[in-house]
Design a protein around this ligand. Sequence first.
Ligand SMILES: Nc1ncnc2c1ncn2[C@@H]1O[C@H](COP(=O)(O)OP(=O)(O)OP(=O)(O)O)[C@@H](O)[C@H]1O
Ligand SMILES: [Mg+2]
Length: 300
Amino acid sequence: MVLVANQKGGVGKSTTVAAIAEMIAAAGKRGRRVLVVDGDPQANVTVEDLGVAGDRGQSLAQTLQFGAPLAPVRDVRPNLDVVPGGPQLAVVGAAAHLMVENGIDMGTNFQTQLTALCESEAYDLVVIDSGPGDVPLLDTYLSVANYLLIPTRDDQASLGGVERLAKRFWRARKRGASIQLLGVLLFDVNPRATKRNEEVFAQVSEMLEGSGTTPFDITIRSAPAAAVDMRTLHRTAGELVALANDERRSRLARLRDKQTPSRAMWSSDPSGLAADYQELVREIVARLRRFETTMEERVG
Ligand SMILES: Nc1ncnc2c1ncn2[C@@H]1O[C@H](COP(=O)(O)OP(=O)(O)OP(=O)(O)O)[C@@H](O)[C@H]1O
Ligand SMILES: [Mg+2]
């Protein structure tokens, strides 16, 4: 169960959740069963990235508040289900203090229902997206997830968000959460700004000192045209590659027939961006394996 979070907004959380979830679900012959939990009242990963209408966060809100069973939207892609986010979650977040007063533990409710769903649906991986703002919701997810992935841009405000979240992470661990820090991901990176990138890498490494983890080696390149396409067409980075190939073929056909080529996409070649995410998936899988073997060694 991987939580993707940063207390700063607009750092690539939702885009990354959709990209890695879709890639892992589609990988190989059989793929893996993946569940995305959209824990954000904005519902970006549900509506914008995956193109699912959703339930305004109703199901997840009922789970957090009353321990009701989770009701995922099934097969939004092959092997990929989603528990939608939405404004109902903001209501839950705002009422969190009342719940605590009344002995309602959102973490336990969420954990119980997520475990039940994972058992009945045999998911191999759960990826939780979170919003930038809602602290009670964030603390709930931190108390339940096994791993934390923190995407960030390289500006000081985003790096400040990493630092604030790291503090929340340690607080959650002190309270008994078993969550581990999987890594920090640099997002929207200019590959030509090598000096700046080295500087940011060093800064993030310093922040992570003592956590036993490092920033991911792979960074996600800046790709503003592909970003527009992903959101308007509701496709992930990986899916955009196939779409770009179709588009190229149909443009050539139209040119051959002397028709004006139509433009449905802004990005001409999203394959570099998709390759970054593919490499990220490889790094994530390798890190998860390393964590799980250390855990087995400790237990065994
Ligand atoms: N590779 C990229 N390069 C530049 N911009 C990108 C890239 N990928 C996505 N974006 C854009 O960056 C913006 C922020 O991305 P995203 O919504 O994933 O961030 P977020 O951290 O989930 O934001 P929030 O905190 O609001 O939930 C979006 O407008 C998205 O389209
Ligand atoms: Mg988001």
